[in-house]
Write a protein of this length. Structure first.
Length: 104
């Protein structure tokens, strides 16, 4: 959390600023809905800052699972760790897996 990742020779910098919401179904529970988590990212592309909020369960009711920033598409693939019932996850323990691809 908070540590940035530089890609493309520093042309793209991504920081996970927080997990703004985490309502994912705990792995040790049975749920009627898989839930959703929101990763708040600060992205700098070509010197321009962008604030993104990407969802693990994208859709009309939640929000986008990817964002186009400059020449790149940032796709939210996974949020770790998986939640357990009754156990809160400290912000500093979260890790995101993203896929960066050329903007179509």
């Amino acid at each position: 959390m908070g540590e940035g990742v530089e890609l493309a020779g520093g042309e793209l910098v991504i920081h996970l600023t927080e997990v703004a919401d985490d309502s994912r179904c705990p792995t040790d529970a049975v749920c009627v809905w898989q839930g959703d988590a929101v990763a708040a990212l600060q992205v700098v592309s070509a010197g321009v800052e962008h604030a993104l909020r990407l969802h693990t369960n994208p859709g009309k009711a939640t929000g986008p699972g990817h964002a186009d920033v400059g020449a790149y598409r940032i796709v939210f693939l996974k949020l770790a760790p998986e939640p357990l019932a009754g156990v809160s996850i400290p912000q500093g323990d979260y890790r995101v897996t993203l896929r960066i691809e050329a903007n179509p």
